[in-house]
Ligand binder design. Structure first.
Ligand SMILES: [Zn+2]
Length: 561
């Protein structure tokens, strides 16, 4: 990732992109916009959360002072279909002390937020799994966001939105709720006009189903017609349709650079752990710390350092699903390190095929600030096959753009939810895979990560039985040499320490003899390196008579024997 200051604007360390390109001076990062700040588009900041001993934390979107208390209530007395009975009970028998379906109101939309908005009901029409913009993930906290539409002549009053969660068809439903004073129809950008009901991760499983109803909290309620205050109508439940992706494991390698090491204590790593859990479609994030690695040159040779880290992973030979992330802090402060222009991170753009595991390696700035924290999801995103969202600050440049990214300006395009601050993220925020400010994550990138995580984790069980039919032939299992190609041309990296399947995408290269004549063409394997428009290419060890190799886009280079 590169960081760029805009010129002539003094947007420096608060911005998160990677080359600070302008001549504008950059001071400290005290002016940095924080991810936890309110979203744009008028979105309001996070609201308070009332935890409860039952684990049914309920978010209350009401202004402070008017908030109702939330909590989870297990309705042991209610059997299947017991919701109807609950509705007719008098106020105060349930934890929200409310009751009776709301009159003069309909549920306009129900959306599930774990990281990005996933609409599951629009005006009473279910949007089932498979037809959604992204998948709900098991084992992640979920915020059910409910928008309502009120009839003309509406009397503002407090209501409770109830989300009934059933773990299986014959299970007793559990209540989660949030109260809000509704004075008009919901406005999506305004969390005070909608209900946010938090359903804890333990309640989101493969067979979980839900029902949403809005009930009156005053007695007697104003007279009015019943419109559509429940989804699904009647006493039905709808499937959450959650999918199990599994967790993510990252081994942090503290990188000694310029005589300095980053803080890799639990406290020092907390900021990285929090953002990965908030942003990635995973049910757990396992962060471990390995032995430090030392860089012998400074300023950092990023491509060379990444190659060193790749060789380290190959030597360590961890399980395939373990990602290596080198954390580097070569100066006391980011401002001192970055100046007006700097690279903040780099990583391989890797797939899920056999052999690709060796490229699950990235590195980035580890200053412990909000800007450094965004480097990890970006670079590990490259390791999940993600290319760049088309967004860069004025005066900067970005390569490796994903041609399929849906928004031409790299914006998220959908609302999101930051579980760290319980804040709504506006749709005009930009995607984490771009270089712009105001980052959150698009549903496009989120779902892309989700598919990759699910594939990598599913492969764990598959590989114990048999290799996939698409596995490369044994003939490609060998001690490859590694060629690094960047703006400085080709140079040799560190050879594979053991024979292994190639991790890159096959392409042809020329083998030359001593006179420069092409002897033959061979298959080599290219893996893209993000952010510096570079490549790492695996090349078979030289056979007799091979003098040099010429890969696409670079001059020939002599083999080292
Ligand atoms: Zn990047």
């Amino acid at each position: 990732m590169r960081y760029a200051a805009q010129r002539p604007l003094r947007i420096c360390l608060g911005a998160l992109a990677l080359v600070i390109g302008g001549g504008a001076g950059c001071g400290s990062d005290t002016a940095s916009p924080s991810l936890s700040s309110p979203g744009n588009s008028g979105g309001n900041a996070g609201t308070s959360v009332a935890g409860s001993s039952s684990g049914g934390a309920t978010q209350d979107a009401s202004p402070p002072g008017s908030a109702g208390q939330g909590g989870g209530t297990n309705l042991a007395s209610l059997g299947p279909g017991g919701i109807g009975a609950a509705q007719s009970q008098p106020l105060s028998t349930l934890a929200d002390a409310c009751g009776g379906l709301a009159t003069g109101l309909s549920i306009h939309e129900v959306a599930v937020y774990q990281t990005v908005k996933i609409a599951v009901d629009t005006d009473g029409t279910e949007i089932a799994a498979g037809s959604r913009n992204a998948d709900v993930v098991t084992g992640r906290d979920a915020v059910f966001r409910i928008q309502v539409a009120v009839a003309s002549g509406w009397t503002p009053r407090q209501l409770s939105a109830r989300v009934w969660i059933r773990q299986s068809a014959d299970a007793t439903p559990t209540l989660f709720f949030s109260k809000a004073t509704i004075s008009a129809s919901s406005v999506e950008a305004d969390v005070k006009s909608t209900f946010q009901v938090t359903v804890p991760k333990d309640s989101i499983d493969l067979d979980t189903s839900y029902a949403v109803e809005v009930v009156e909290c005053t007695s007697p309620a104003p007279a009015g017609d019943m419109v559509s205050p429940r989804f699904p109508a009647g006493t039905d439940f709808a499937a959450v349709g959650a999918r199990s992706t599994g967790g993510l494991q990252v081994e942090i390698i503290p990188i000694m650079a310029n005589g300095r090491l980053p803080d890799t204590s639990d406290t020092g790593l907390a900021i990285y752990k929090a953002i990965m859990l908030a942003m990635y479609p995973i049910d757990s994030f396992d962060l471990t710390v390995g032995a430090p690695m030392t860089l012998t040159t400074y300023p950092i040779d990023w491509v060379g350092a990444l190659d060193q880290l790749r060789a380290r992973r190959a030597t360590d030979a961890p399980p395939a699903e373990v990602y290596y992330f080198g954390l580097v802090k070569p100066e006391d402060t980011l401002a001192k390190f970055c100046g007006n222009s700097c690279t903040m991170g780099i990583g391989y753009v890797t797939g899920t095929q056999s052999g690709a595991a060796q490229g699950r390696v990235a590195m980035g700035a580890g200053f412990g600030d909000s800007l450094s924290a965004l480097v990890m999801p970006h670079e590990v995103g490259h390791n999940h096959g993600r290319n760049h969202a088309p967004c860069v600050t004025a005066g900067g440049m970005i390569t490796g753009i994903d041609p399929n990214f849906p928004d031409p300006n790299g914006k998220d395009g959908v609302y999101g939810w930051d579980a760290r601050s319980m804040a709504l993220m506006g749709p005009t925020r930009t995607d984490v895979m771009g270089y712009c400010n105001s980052k959150w994550i698009s549903d496009y990138t989120y779902q892309g990560l989700l598919e990759h995580v699910a594939t990598v984790n599913a492969a764990l069980s598959v590989y114990t039985v048999a290799p996939p039919p698409s596995a490369p032939s044994v003939s490609t299992l060998e001690l490859h040499h590694v060629l690094l190609v960047d703006g400085k041309g080709p140079r040799w990296g560190i050879r594979h320490p053991v024979a292994m399947l190639p991790g890159g995408t096959p392409e042809m290269a020329d083998i030359l003899d001593a006179s420069g004549k092409v002897l033959q063409q061979i298959e080599v394997y290219r893996t893209g390196i993000s952010d510096l428009d570079a490549s790492s290419i695996e090349i078979p060890a030289p056979r007799p008579g091979w003098v040099s190799v010429r890969v696409a886009g670079a001059p020939p280079i002599a083999f080292q024997r």
